[in-house]
Write a protein that binds this ligand. Sequence first.
Ligand code: DGL
Length: 258
Amino acid sequence: MPIAVFDSGVGGISVLKNLVEVMPHEDFIYYGDSANAPYGTKTLEQVRALTLEHARQLLEEQHAKGLVVACNTATSAAVRILREKYPDIPIVGIEPAVKPAMLFMKNPTVLVMATPMTIREEKLKKLMDRYKSLGKIIPLPCPGLMNFVERGDLYGDDVRQYLEELLYSYSHDEIDAVVLGCTHYPFVRRMIQDVLGDKVRVFDGGNGTAREMKRRLKEKNLLTESMEAGTVDFQNSLTGEQHEAKIQLCKQLFNKEI
Ligand code: DGL
């Protein structure tokens, strides 16, 4: 049985890469809801309904043995409800890597980049409250940043200009670390690093999420015994030619160094 990985689009492939590294013998379904992306500028109710429906399809119709919600926005909207609905299935949601960023040095100033919805939601507020005594945390909504990645535009002048404008007031500040609180952002990590400078440490939650999923599957004896390399089945909610193009982009991003 496969492990399902879900995102609003192609961003969760940054988490899928970690998952395959940690569990190379498992089979994965990667489902991107690009037809409804972006999620980050929708309402909580809209994102919740979309996430519940896609999770139902993956778990009940495609019989995935576990679900990784590889989208910070969908996690804040729906992971609690999903766990209540499917108490026996391992379900892991990614969340911004605030903890490691706050702990990597004494009294850091940390910029948390995420979608407007993730920044607005209770889940991130609670997470930031837990660590705010250790340094300074600056939440930064980045509406539109995921669209560059969704188009496969990772190195263009337009994405650089977007980031320069967005980060202008911080690039000369004393930012010690950046948290990539949206799974699309690791694909423009180099550009973010370029704009903020080499001294800034960049954190994302992909590896922690992958290790947590492995732990949860192991606990339930659900890890495969196969020693063959696993497979990845890319699926997307777009149709026709757009679907074909998106699946090609998924494969390219999956094979890309980030
Ligand atoms: N990849 C999603 C996340 O991690 C969000 C992108 C979107 O706005 O749909 O938050």
